[in-house]
Design a protein around this ligand. Structure first.
Ligand SMILES: Nc1nc2c(c(=O)[nH]1)N[C@H]1C(S)=C(S)[C@@H](COP(=O)(O)OP(=O)(O)OC[C@H]3O[C@@H](n4cnc5c(=O)[nH]c(N)nc54)[C@H](O)[C@@H]3O)O[C@H]1N2
Ligand SMILES: Nc1nc2c(c(=O)[nH]1)N[C@H]1C(S)=C(S)[C@@H](COP(=O)(O)OP(=O)(O)OC[C@H]3O[C@@H](n4cnc5c(=O)[nH]c(N)nc54)[C@H](O)[C@@H]3O)O[C@H]1N2
Ligand SMILES: [Mo]
Length: 767
């Protein structure tokens, strides 16, 4: 067998076996990974490469008539291929023009997206560093993943970065937990992924080990199949977006129980007595009893009361999926979860307390050491303007208007040029019809892409980027227990170039080459960022080999440094000596700071607020199904949707939509039918899977099907964001509310329209 080299993707590490003469290499999962993901093993297949962007391409009207020409034809007009020098000259000239006329605040470079694994060729870091050296840009804050959570949690207990890195290890849960209560399950499909690349996939085994140890599982969720342990799991269906009400009902029952002990509350939390009158109904006349919660959530009151008692009498871990906070008032379920588990009183004990995202990625529950990794420095952005990431359409549609964020009031800048590298907003943003409208406002849109994604098609200038298999890099991910020499496995496709080289060439044209490159080429940067990490690793007790030894070795396995952890253990032991980084140093059940912002949609303690739309809403009469758009099992977001592995999961040629037999029967829909999902925001097609694993009144369509709008507005493919709501979680965090969406489904009886998204756009040769 020939020597293998390594590469990484967000869904795992690969051993790359060189092909025989002229043949492409074969990707094998890392041999030490006990449960590798199949996602991406086929990425070198011709079916995948077929959709690569081969050469720089410019939208015809833009090329012929200049910036701002016919912006509404974006997404449907032909592209003209040009030479690299022509393309780079056009981009440089346009950046210069926009800056001279409108300043750097007219450039949006937020460029949200996961791009690919690798610490140096990280597209967002590349674009941000480039724009920073050139005078700055309008940036984004927070993420689509955790918009509400990231803004809220530093006030309540710990930042999401700190929390993600410090979840109690699976081994501790197996040993100590007696009852695991999951809001939104613990989906093993999501554990395939971690940002930068999982080393050993541990989620399925973590759950199975707990089941074998006799842990009792309760899954409070609109779907059943997102918590599979190999053992018994009690499923409690709940109306989507009502978890906060259920948690309040549980808290009420706990407060009434004579075993409720205020010891932990008094020692380790702040503000319980400001919250209690609300819980009891003294402030609003509505006691948050189990009966009250049952009415809202659909969960029987006696089951709520009973579960509260069970929580008090067992070592209990209470977990919430991140999806709960990607919804209207998404701050509340996370805040209330922390309040509820504080009342149970086991925070900081082995196997007890709360989890925010077991099952959101492979990261949570790791026992691997917390080592900082190599970073490509982004430099300083002199421009103060920003948006909460999911407010992009608002920004483009409402220049000059104000928005609120974490108690401040800010203004949307007027954007003339959008620069995107490593993301797919026509996958990830809500209400794509609204985004299409907003996207027609800027004069120029530049996109670096590997594939002809919907966002590439909606650009004016598309520059072809290499994939991680086409370049050397350093692989690393937080608490994944390795550092990896990612070796180039194949030559770049067509004329694709590394994002770094593209930006270095642009920087040269704009007179900022020296500050962008600091005189280093890509191999020089790999050595530098690796070397800069050595002392940081040493500070946490890890002696890494020097760069040459590392590069020759391929993989440095850090599993020898494993040490299981218990979240908040030190804090619980000595809350004064180990203060949290909240204003009070304690868990804040009431936050003076947030209360001080005076926001009715995010007051000073957790509350139940009606979602913008839900099954209890008037609007449910017209659109009686709640649409959940969860993460796809066969992809990472939209990446590789055109791959054979992703397409093997399609039904009627589209992404599957799950619906309950009763909802299907009422609509004459059978398993395997092509269906149309619709509401007053949009329409898309999908393939029906009729299943008892989803409660009545709820439908589920995973994200990532490549958006394919027909002229009449129908998304011929199946992107749920054709229908979702584009509204901030609250005036506090402004996170995305993707999971707050009513819709309906009907059988599609016409001739199924062909999907254009899996074909390259029309490309012309310059004449
Ligand atoms: N309705 C709904 N919408 C959602 C969600 C939801 O739950 N429901 N979830 C949201 C969440 S949590 C997230 S994180 C977002 C994800 O949204 P994105 O991160 O935007 O999705 P990806 O498909 O990963 O897009 C990454 C893009 O980068 C490109 N790329 C990869 N490597 C490179 C590179 O080296 N250089 C360049 N130039 N490009 C590269 C890929 O081809 C791909 O098109 O979606 C959000 N959208
Ligand atoms: N295979 C794969 N894995 C991924 C990703 C991917 O694209 N593909 N994306 C990664 C990314 S970027 C992120 S941010 C994480 C996201 O991680 P999560 O947000 O946790 O993942 P989701 O799959 O969107 O949702 C988890 C579960 O929450 C349930 N749910 C939704 N709304 C509600 C509700 O109101 N109440 C209750 N009780 N349950 C609800 C859904 O049914 C779903 O099963 O996943 C990561 N993992
Ligand atoms: Mo995410």
């Amino acid at each position: 067998m020939s020597a293998r080299t390594y590469s990484a993707a967000h869904w795992g590490l690969y051993e790359v076996e060189a092909g025989a003469r002229g043949q492409r290499p074969t990707l094998h999962p890392w041999s030490l990974d006990p449960d590798p993901s199949p996602i991406g093993l086929d990425q070198l297949e011709p079916e995948v490469q077929r959709l690569r962007v081969t050469r720089p391409a410019v939208r015809r009207s833009w090329l012929e008539q200049g910036p701002g020409a016919a912006p509404r034809t974006r997404g449907c007009e032909a592209f003209v291929e040009v030479d690299w020098d022509v393309a780079l000259d056009l981009v440089a000239a346009e950046l210069r023009r926009v800056r001279a006329a409108f300043g750097n605040t007219a450039v949006f470079g937020g460029s949200y997206g996961w791009s690919s694994a690798g610490r140096f060729h990280h597209a967002q870091s590349q674009v941000h560093r480039f724009l920073n050296q050139w005078g700055g840009y309008v940036r984004h804050v927070d993420t689509y993943s955790l918009g509400a959570g990231r803004a809220l949690m530093p006030y309540i207990a710990a930042s999401m970065d700190e929390s993600n890195a410090s979840h109690t290890s699976w081994s501790v849960l197996a040993e100590h937990t007696e009852l695991f209560v999951g809001f939104g399950g613990v989906p093993v499909k999501n554990g395939q992924v971690s940002p930068g690349g999982p080393g050993r996939h541990r989620l399925a085994e973590g759950l199975q080990r707990m089941a074998r140890a006799g842990v009792r599982f309760v899954n409070i969720s609109p779907v059943r199949d997102n918590l599979v342990t190999g053992g018994e799991v009690e499923w409690i269906p709940i109306r989507p977006n009502t978890d906060t009400a259920l948690m309040l009902g549980l808290a009420y029952a706990i407060q009434q129980d004579n075993r409720f002990d205020r010891g932990f509350i008094d020692r380790c939390t702040a503000g319980f007595d400001r919250f209690l009158p609300y819980l009891l109904g003294d402030t609003d006349g509505v006691p948050k009893t189990p009966e009250w919660a049952a009415e809202i959530t659909g969960v029987p009151a006696d089951r709520i009361g009973c579960l509260a008692r069970e929580m008090l009498s067992a070592r209990t871990m209470i977990n919430a999926a991140w999806a709960l906070q990607r919804a209207a008032h998404g701050e509340q379920p996370f805040w209330m979860l922390v309040a509820l588990s504080s009342m149970v009183g086991q925070v900081g004990l082995p196997g007890g307390g709360y989890g925010l995202g077991y099952g959101a990625a492979n990261t949570m529950g790791s026992s691997h050491v917390h080592m900082p990794g190599p970073v490509f420095p982004q430099g300083q952005n002199p421009i103060p303007d920003f948006i909460p990431v999911a407010r992009i359409a608002d920004m483009l549609l409402k220049p000059g208007e104000s928005f609120t964020y974490q108690g401040g009031v800010y203004r949307y800048p007027e954007i003339r040029l959008v620069y995107w590298a490593g993301g797919n907003p026509f996958h990830h943003h809500q209400d794509l019809n609204r985004l299409t409208d907003a996207w027609s406002r800027p004069e120029t849109i530049v996109v670096h892409e590997q594939y002809w994604t919907p966002t590439a098609r909606f650009a004016d200038i598309v520059l072809p980027a290499t994939t991680s298999l086409e370049r050397d890099d350093i692989g690393f991910a937080g608490r994944e227990g390795y550092i990896l020499a990612m070796r180039k496995a194949v030559e770049p496709f067509g004329e694709a170039r590394d994002d770094y080289r593209i930006f270095a060439d642009l920087a040269a044209r704009l007179g900022v080459a020296d500050s962008f490159t600091e005189g280093l080429d890509a191999p020089g940067w790999l050595r530098r960022i690796y070397a800069e990490n050595l002392p940081r690793a040493r500070a946490v007790g890890i002696d890494l080999p020097d760069f040459d030894a590392f590069w020759a070795q391929g993989v440095v396995d850090l599993a020898g440094h494993d040490r299981p952890i218990v979240m908040h253990e030190a804090f619980r032991t000595d809350p004064d000596g180990n203060r949290l980084r909240t204003p009070s140093g304690k868990i804040e059940i009431y936050s003076e700071t947030i209360a001080g912002f005076g926001l009715p949609d995010c007051p000073g303690h957790p509350v139940w607020l009606e979602p913008f739309e839900w099954l209890g809403h008037e609007k449910a009469k017209a659109y009686p199904l709640h649409l959940l758009s969860d993460q796809p099992r066969r992809r990472l977001h939209s990446q590789l949707d055109h791959s054979p592995y992703s397409r093997a999961g399609k039904v009627a040629g589209r992404e599957p939509i799950y619906l309950n037999p009763a909802d299907a029967a009422a609509r004459g829909i059978a398993d395997g039918d092509l269906v149309e999902v619709f509401n007053d925001r949009g329409r898309c097609l999908a393939g029906a899977i009729v299943s008892d694993d989803i409660m009545t009144g709820v439908i589920r369509l995973a994200t990532g099907g490549w958006y394919d709008p027909a002229p009449d507005g129908l998304d011929r493919n199946a992107n749920p964001n054709s229908l979702t709501l584009d509204r901030g979680t609250s005036s506090f965090a402004q996170g995305c509310s993707a999971q707050t969406c009513l819709a309906d489904v009907r059988r599609f009886d016409g001739v199924a329209p062909p999907i254009a998204a899996y074909e390259s756009p029309q490309i012309e040769i310059q004449d």
